[in-house]
Design a protein around this ligand. Structure first.
Ligand SMILES: Cc1ncc(COP(=O)(O)O)c(C=O)c1O
Length: 355
């Protein structure tokens, strides 16, 4: 069978890695792609296991027009970050959690997946090969994007005959650059996910369906969309790319991840940190009415980290929340980023050294 992804890649302009510091203005960086030197690629046929991958120059890939990913959306992605510590070492945040989530998604989409060890090793190799692109301490992070896709050709609907696991990286700054808190609008017409669907996995197919709501929201000056549950429309689900938390007094609530909500790794980590700091944390359905009556609302995700929600607008009514100084969100964010950047002791054993 002819391979559907050609490993002879069109190298981009950055692939002549001379080891020099890249010409990047770290201060100005937002969340957009800066092409780097290398990416990691590993393939396997259906029914086999992934075995050996390699680093190749970052660049375009070649796919059969009939590939599973292009025709049937048979694909998953992950997102995690590598951070440079003050002493120059590079650390990853809980990469094995992303590997586990990819594995769960692959089972749902009938794809083979790399083992946890293969995933973490590939991520480390991709980061190390592009080490010069890891921002200096305190100036951002390196975003790591693993992909798993049906790259083999299959005209009839069915699992693709061949799979590709690929890891590329890009230095990034803040996702919502210049916004210290976000303004959300409740989406009433469209849903992100429904029971029995794929909301709980990170399939590529979950993301284009939110673009219409997100584009409408942004055109009206909002930063993000808040989706409601597809069954009753009374409870909050999540944002287009982040989990949502509600704070009332000492109590923090977030919807449970029973299928329609992505089990965020930041979400899971923030729940653990909050419990350690003495907050009462509940994973339970959160009614929109309850959210509109909260003291504070915040969102979590690899890209957004932990960010305050300044307002939620529902049917034209804008409800504002406490933000910035002395908020629960700020305490949790400081603790999480302290662990990630190395300023606080990693008592949970979350950080994994790359170099
Ligand atoms: C739909 C959705 N929810 C939540 C999250 C947050 O997940 P994590 O904290 O693992 O980045 C993401 C993020 O990447 C997402 O796409």
């Amino acid at each position: 069978m002819a391979p559907s992804l050609n490993s002879t890649l069109e190298a981009n302009g950055n692939s002549s890695n001379d080891g020099k510091s890249p010409d990047v203005n770290w201060e100005e960086m937002g969340f957009s792609l800066t092409p780097t030197d290398y990416m990691y690629v590993m393939k396997c046929s259906i029914g086999d296991n992934f075995s050996q991958g390699s680093l190749i120059p970052f660049g375009n890939i070649e796919l059969s027009p009939c590939s599973g990913i292009l025709n049937y959306g048979q694909g998953l992605f992950e997102g995690l970050k590598a951070y440079r510590k003050e002493d120059g070492r590079i650390l990853l945040f809980r990469p094995e959690q992303n590997a586990l989530r990819m594995k769960a998604g692959a089972e749902r989409l009938c794809m083979p997946s790399p083992s946890i060890e293969q995933f973490v090793d590939a991520v480390k190799q991709a980061v190390l090969a592009n080490e010069r692109w890891v921002p200096p301490f305190g100036k951002g992070s390196m975003y790591v994007r693993p992909l798993l896709m049906g790259s083999g050709a299959s005209l009839g609907l069915g699992p693709a005959p061949e799979y590709t696991f690929l890891v590329y990286v890009s230095p990034v700054g803040s996702y919502h650059k210049g916004q210290r808190s976000l303004n959300l609008v409740v989406e009433e017409k469209q849903h992100r996910a429904s029971p029995g669907g794929t909301g709980g996995i990170k399939t590529v197919a979950n993301y284009s369906p939110v673009l219409d709501a997100l584009t409408r929201a942004k055109a009206q000056g909002f930063s993000e969309v808040l989706f409601l549950d597809a069954t009753t429309g009374k409870y909050i689900d999540e944002g287009s790319a982040c989990n949502i938390f509600s704070v009332k007094g000492n109590s923090i609530s977030t919807p449970p991840t029973h299928g329609t909500i992505l089990p965020g790794i930041t979400r899971k980590s923030i729940i653990e940190i909050a419990r350690k700091l003495g907050y009462q944390v509940e994973e339970r359905p959160v009614a929109l009415d309850e959210l509109l009556d909260a003291d504070e609302v915040f969102c979590t995700g690899t890209a957004v980290v932990v960010t305050s929600i300044g307002s939620v607008t529902h049917q034209g009514r804008r409800v504002e929340y406490k933000t910035q100084a002395d908020t629960v969100c700020q305490k949790l964010r400081e603790t999480l980023t302290g662990i990630q950047m190395g300023g606080l002791e990693d008592t949970m054993g979350w950080m994994v050294e790359v170099n």
